[in-house]
Design a protein around this ligand. Structure first.
Ligand SMILES: O=C(O)CCC(=O)C(=O)O
Length: 241
């Protein structure tokens, strides 16, 4: 990712974090946010996978194959690409990835009190994750691994993701850390000493009393799946099983 010649990205470099984490507030406009949310709301309920702590849409589809690392070639819906992919291109975010653009998006919806367990994004994807937050903020916890490669108990950094912001994780932040969201109704201790991107926030005034109630948040997580199968070869593979 050519960060040095993209001033807008370089300005969003997360201080103190391992090489290659970036935060850009107001990445999309209110109108764009509203449009994407309204298109998501039009999708049939049955498309959502309802999980214990959130619901999830995998677009264009879930990964398949024994290692769950293969994408059946299909376009993402236009409402996920129309505005966003041009913006990624302007910032050269996926220039070096396997397909030069993301081909997959996870849409996660969290109610207040819901979150996601610490995890790694893993080897199915080119190591760049671009997450846009819609409708509400959250706080993402970043965990280091110890010498045995296990997750440390407590997060070492907290990233406050405002609505309409973009968070990029690449490089060693992608490979060597885990991330998760606590299942809380309210985030506390929101201040410069404990939030890694405090200086980069678009509107600190919303968080200045140090707490923020969670509201329903939708996140768009864009990635480039490395292995893409044409429908014909995927069917052949399935019929062999
Ligand atoms: O909702 C988020 O910001 C995190 C999503 C995430 O970690 C994932 O989809 O792997």
């Amino acid at each position: 990712m050519a960060t040095s010649n993209v001033p807008e990205l370089a300005a969003g470099k997360l201080p103190d974090l391992p090489e290659a984490g970036f935060y850009l507030p107001n990445f999309i406009t209110k109108e764009q946010e509203e449009y994407i949310l309204s298109e998501i709301a039009r999708l049939p309920e049955a498309r959502w996978a309802v999980l214990t702590h959130r619901r999830l849409l995998s677009l264009p589809s879930q990964l398949t194959g024994p290692a769950k690392d293969k994408l059946i070639d299909a376009p993402m819906p236009a409402f996920l690409t129309k505005i966003i992919l041009d913006k990624f291109k302007e910032l050269h975010i996926f220039d070096d990835s396997a397909h030069g653009a993301p081909n997959h998006c996870l849409v996660n919806e969290y109610q207040p009190g819901q979150g996601i367990m610490p995890h790694e994004d893993g080897p199915a994807y080119f190591p760049i994750t671009a997450t846009i937050s819609l409708a509400a903020h959250t706080v993402l916890n970043i965990y280091k691994k110890n010498e045995q490669g296990e997750r440390e108990a407590a997060p070492i950094w907290r990233i406050l993701q405002e609505r309409r912001s973009l968070l990029l994780t690449t490089g060693s932040m992608y490979k060597d850390t885990l991330h998760g969201i606590f299942d809380l109704e309210q985030d506390t201790d929101l201040q410069s000493g404990s939030i890694a991107n405090w200086q980069l926030l678009g509107d600190k005034s919303s968080f200045e009393n140090g707490t923020a109630n969670r509201q329903t948040r939708v996140s768009l997580t864009y990635r480039d799946v490395l292995k893409v199968a044409k429908i014909g070869s995927a069917l052949k593979f399935m019929s062999k099983k």
